[in-house]
Design a protein around this ligand. Structure first.
Ligand code: FES
Ligand code: FES
Length: 158
């Protein structure tokens, strides 16, 4: 394992200094060193989207992102965005419409959906599908998740 190094990160609005292996991925630092657990380790190869977090508001695969490259950037995860009105509305609709089953994909899915609604407040159903196409869900069949994002967009637009 690589030697540990001190990184200064901004995670969910808090400045933190964390010792992580110098070659750690952001997913490893978040889960193993900071105990931020909503980003999940699925494939660990950039395919499933379960590890998706926001870096400066943009969804990234944290399993493919080096912690060393994240200093000076704002890292956001579901754990620390409870006050965010877009995320709160998405979470409400995900629960109401049955978009959460085992929950493994949910943190990453919400990060992609949150970015979509921040950039495109009234997306078409096809745009929602395309925005979530990098997030794999093994449980729901996706329809309820797309319903939830469309429902959240409608509510936020009112
Ligand atoms: S764990 Fe990162 S994309 Fe699957
Ligand atoms: S709810 Fe189980 S993987 Fe999506």
């Amino acid at each position: 394992m690589a030697k540990k190094q001190l990184f200064s990160l901004s995670v969910n609005g808090e400045e933190v200094d964390v010792a992580s292996p110098s070659d750690a991925t952001l997913l490893e630092t978040l889960r193993e060193d900071l105990r931020v657990l909503s980003p999940k380790r699925g494939c660990n190869q950039g395919v499933c989207g379960a590890c998706t977090v926001l870096v400066d508001g943009v969804p990234v695969r944290s399993c493919l992102t080096l912690t060393a490259l994240c200093e000076g950037h704002d890292i956001g995860t579901v754990d620390g965005m409870g006050e965010d009105p877009i995320l709160a509305t998405l979470q409400k609709h995900m629960v109401e419409k049955g978009g959460v089953q085992c929950g493994f994909c949910t943190g990453g899915m919400l990060m992609s959906a949150r970015n979509l609604l921040a950039e495109t407040p009234r997306p078409s159903r096809d745009t929602v599908k395309s925005a979530l196409s990098g997030n794999i869900c093994r449980c729901t069949g996706y329809r309820t998740i797309v319903d939830a994002v469309c429902g959240a967009a409608e509510e936020l637009a009112q």
